[in-house]
Design a protein around this ligand. Sequence first.
Ligand code: PMT
Length: 403
Amino acid sequence: MLKDKKIILGVCGGIAAYKAVELLRLFTKAGADVNVVMTRAASEFVTPLTFQTLSSNPVHTELFNLIAEQEIGHISLADRADLVVIAPATANVIGKIASGIADDILTTTVMATKAPVLFAPAMNVNMYTNPIYQENEAKLRRFGYFFESPVTGALACGWEGSGKLASPEAIFESAASILTEKDLDGRTILITAGPTREELDPVRYITNHSSGKMGYAIAKAARRRGATVLLISGPTSLPAPAGLQLIKVSSAVEMLNEVMVRVADCDAVIKAAAVADYRPVVRESSKIKKSGDSSSIRLVKNPDILAELGRMKSSSNLQTILVGFAAETDSLAENAAIKLNLKNLDMIVANDVTQSDAGFNVDTNRAVIFFRDGSSKSCDLMSKDDLADVILDQIAMQIRETP
Ligand code: PMT
């Protein structure tokens, strides 16, 4: 999504400047070509060498640097950019740009670029709520500049309140969203993610290795593409993605209930969750005591949520596109085809979960997407973010083709 995009990362002087290092790492990991531009004050907090090493590009700190001007001037840097992100952005720099002042390398670059500009402000709460600052931000928003608002928390100055730099992940998401075509605008997509937890007693449960990474990647990609996203998630340790509705569940039955009340409003349902097929017949109210050398647990079948949706689709006028996942350890194509037909799906994403770089709890995946008409699409090893976009491309195409 950000592969080969040219991003200028502007860093202003503030204690949050160190977080720009993590943001740079997220950008480069996503394949972006990042040029860092720092104010003089910023280099008091983090050395240019840190950014230079991590970006593999020279860092720009001076407006008139003879060598840098000869190699790539600040204007051509501004011309080549696909996006400018300023994080942290101080009240001073935002005020200067709002007033048309360009007196250093960063303000000059922002004034000279035609690329979209995203500010991530960070400052003391009283500075942030000061009407002068607020008017400057409102003015820049009117001119089409983007903002990732600060969050509330303990500030470095000792105050508590709004003004804390948004997380690098949230700034990254905003940046990615700005550069993404909104081909799912006006569409509602429901995604399930993560494992389910089937409780045996107050301290034990049955679950699986799903981390939620695949489902969350799809949810974030759909959000970037303009969809209204409902993410129904089993227990995971992933942070809640911004800009979507996150519904947390624990068991398969809870997941079923949350899916069923929402499905009628959805253009597509993507079931990346690893739902437990069985749950204990009885959930004991107190901890099961140890007794004897062996023990057994009686299980009962869980509802198959996807099969239930498939039945609804064949017996009602439900138009929702149904996308399943198949976690397979053998006979990938055969097993996926059986699930596609049995559950009445439009497509199924089959992944071989025996491979160390695919399936459960890794950042990459390798899959084959099988379609209802018998065709298929192979997706070689790629990041879960990239696979998410391939799946959404197929959904966007089906939506376009539906009269
Ligand atoms: O979460 P990660 O760590 O990123 O791992 C990703 C993943 C391996 C979990 C994901 O890529 C994946 O394969 N998800 C589906 C796992 C699964 O339960 O597969 P299945 O073949 O058992 O089920 C087939 C389909 O039916 C799935 O879409 C599943 O959500 C759905 N199902 C299954 C059982 C059930 N009771 N209800 C269901 O809806």
